[in-house]
Ligand binder design. Structure first.
Ligand code: ATP
Ligand code: MG
Length: 249
């Protein structure tokens, strides 16, 4: 087993909450309402992963499985500009964009297949100076939610999601990579998805997602990040800010 890496988020409290950062060889699930900041944090992690280890990165490249067409290159550029300020260095946004490989997933089956494609790409990059160290699935659940509607389809949906998560866990293990998945929850209790403070398919993800983060909006650009039911860390909360420059204290 390779040594577990810790990816810095850009927010110290958030890193501390996670025991030093987002771990490699684990799945970290971010769940929360629309607009809570899941995609923003994912963009920030796609940038930070590329930093050298001394700067809190994993010195690696990134694969994003984008199911909602919410990847924004301009946002990456803004965040890289933010890092250039923070570290007083001239980071090249084009370099960062080059090391983020985005694949659109058109439906849940395609989404599952893209993990195989990700594995192929990771194998190709394995012995380069930028091996894949982060895979993001944003959103993990949107296609599943749209396609599997109604009670009769629930078992099938769970089985598919389970397989998908196991593939992702394997990807993380084999590549010493972090795995980030997002999961939208409703503000109001929903007959299908249940308690809003629990992730969709709580029990399904429960077996696999090692870290679960509940993200919610607070005043202004503040976000509350809550660590829920971690097997190895105390439950707790951190305050993070989402600004034009990216995630910060
Ligand atoms: P969904 O469940 O709908 O996918 P989400 O949790 O992914 O939602 P995000 O898209 O990450 O939500 O968050 C959107 C919010 O991020 C915006 O409402 C705004 O507050 C903030 N945001 C987006 N872009 C910027 C920016 N350039 N500068 C500052 N804040 C921004
Ligand atoms: Mg989003």
């Amino acid at each position: 087993r390779m040594e577990v890496g810790k990816l810095h988020t850009g927010c110290e409290e958030f890193d501390e909450l996670m025991g030093g950062g987002i771990e490699t060889q684990s799945i970290t699930e971010m769940y929360g309402e629309f607009g809570s900041g899941k995609t923003q944090i994912a963009h920030q992690l796609a940038v930070n992963t590329q930093l050298p280890k001394e700067m809190g990165g994993l010195d690696g490249s990134v694969i994003i499985i984008d199911t909602e067409n919410t990847f924004r290159p301009e946002r990456i550029e803004q965040m890289v500009a933010g890092l250039s300020q923070k570290f007083e260095q001239d980071f090249d946004p084009a370099e960062f964009l080059k090391n983020i490989h985005v694949a659109r997933a058109y439906n849940s089956n395609h989404q599952i297949l893209l993990v195989d494609a990700a594995m192929e790409m990771a194998n190709k990059l394995k012995n380069t100076d930028k091996p894949v160290r982060l895979v993001i699935v944003d959103s993990l659940t949107a296609h599943f939610r749209a396609e599997y509607v109604g009670r009769g389809t629930l078992a099938d949906r769970q089985q598919k999601l389970n397989k998908h998560l196991h593939d992702l866990q394997r990807f993380g293990d084999l590549n010493n990579a972090s795995v980030i998945v997002t999961n939208q929850v409703m503000s109001k209790p929903d007959a299908f998805f249940g308690d809003p403070t629990r992730p969709i398919g709580g029990h399904i993800l429960g077996h696999t997602a090692t870290f679960r983060l509940y993200i919610r909006k607070s005043k202004g650009d503040k976000r509350i990040v809550k660590l829920v039911d971690s097997p190895c860390l105390p439950d707790g909360e951190a305050v993070a800010c989402i600004t034009t420059d990216g995630l910060c204290d």
